[in-house]
Design a protein around this ligand. Structure first.
Ligand code: PHE
Length: 377
């Protein structure tokens, strides 16, 4: 290593000449003053104070000077760097203050402005209630199944053991979309708007082939009824179908009881009354204890109940053990498997659950009806 050069004069070193240092300092100050955003200032900071900036490079030159020259050069460079970092901090503070002032203006909220008067949309209480019912069964391991609303007559009737002359096929119940097609129009199926969700039973059995089958089917159904306080031509049903080895009517009853308890309270129960459906055998009408009076209006004229007409029971819908003929039509061996099914109207259930007196309120879409149910999305 060579000894420091005694005749080394900082004034002779280009980068350390006083006017050079001044020029570097002035350029830095000008760059900071010209930076009109914090980003631009950041760039100027790197260019004028960073490791490769002219002043930093000049600073490095000092180390090579002879001792007697170091002090003066160091002072000169140090003063320049001090001035630069002071100017940088000042400009930084200025630009930050400007930004803060701007953000305050841009993000200001005028709390005196009128609020958004368009209410948020929400789902219809029928939809949310239908899902709640389906969830009771999903929690028990049932699968949700769906079928078309425009349905083949075969699925809606024939597969469910409705004979061709069954009264339910008559015009007063069924919307016919298309008559039987084909030359002889004999064996071919027509098309209807499904009158119940039971065709999904047949579809599920045919699709799945081998039981066990446990499905719940919520959906829209159609009947040629006039719209009045207790009827609507478009309504909703929930259908349940379980097919497995060894299912009995006791399983049906237990499932129904569980459902009404889950939906209406732990002390609810159901009862079955004999009935007839072509696709279940035996068939029953299912009732549940009146949700409102819990049976206390029966024989008690002082406490009449409008919901159940003081009967103590409310009719829910139909049920029964799946008719072996239906199992056979759907390719399931009735010797090996048995099943139960039930179906009921959602509108009716929502009506007595919430004391809705007129079914028309449910279809007219007036928010004054739906709002009290809450705003479930
Ligand atoms: N589908 C029948 C109806 O609409 C109800 C039902 C379903 C009956 C399942 C028995 C079994 O009235």
């Amino acid at each position: 290593m060579s000894a420091p050069n005694k005749s080394y004069d900082p004034v002779e070193v280009e980068a350390l000449k006083p006017e050079e240092i001044e020029r570097m300092r002035d350029e830095a100050l000008a760059a900071f003053a010209a930076a009109d955003t914090l980003d631009a200032l950041q760039e100027a900071k790197v260019a004028h104070t960073g490791g490769t900036s002219p002043l930093a490079l000049a600073n490095r030159e000092i180390g090579a000077l002879p001792p007697q020259a170091k002090a003066e050069a160091g002072k000169r460079v140090g003063m320049a760097r001090g001035a630069v970092s002071k100017a940088l901090a000042a400009r930084q503070a200025e630009l930050e203050a400007e930004r803060d002032a701007r953000v305050l203006v841009e993000e200001a909220v005028d709390v005196t402005l009128p609020h958004d008067r368009t209410p948020a949309g929400a789902r219809h209480p029928l939809t949310t209630f239908m899902e709640r019912v389906a969830d009771v069964f999903v929690a028990m391991g049932y699968e949700v199944a769906e079928g078309p609303e425009v349905e083949a007559e075969w699925f809606n009737f024939d597969a469910l053991n409705f004979t061709p002359d069954h009264p339910a096929r008559q015009m007063q119940d069924t919307f016919f979309v298309q008559g039987p097609q084909g030359a002889d129009a004999g064996g071919e199926s027509g098309v209807v708007l499904r009158t119940h969700t039971s065709p999904v039973q047949a579809r599920a059995l045919l699709e799945r082939r081998e039981p066990p089958v446990y499905i719940v089917c919520p959906g829209r159904v159609y009947r040629t009824d006039e719209l009045d306080a207790t009827h609507t031509p478009v309504f909703h049903q929930i259908e349940l179908l379980a097919v497995d080895e060894g299912l009995t009517m006791a399983d049906l009853k237990g499932t129904l009881d569980h459902m009404v308890q889950a939906l209406f309270g732990a002390d609810m129960k159901t009862r079955l009354r004999p009935n007839y459906f072509p696709f279940t055998e035996p068939s029953a009408e299912m009732d549940m204890v009146c949700y409102v009076c819990r049976g206390e209006s029966v024989g008690n004229p002082d406490r009449p109940c409008r919901t159940c007409g003081s009967e103590g029971w409310i009719e829910l819908g139909g049920c029964g053990m799946v008719n072996p003929k239906v199992l056979t039509a759907c390719g399931v061996d009735p010797q090996k498997y048995s099943g139960f099914a039930f179906g009921f109207g959602i509108e009716r259930m929502l009506m007595f659950r919430h004391n809705v007196e007129d079914m028309r309120d449910m279809v007219e879409g007036d928010v004054r009806f739906t709002r009290p149910f809450g705003m479930e999305i």
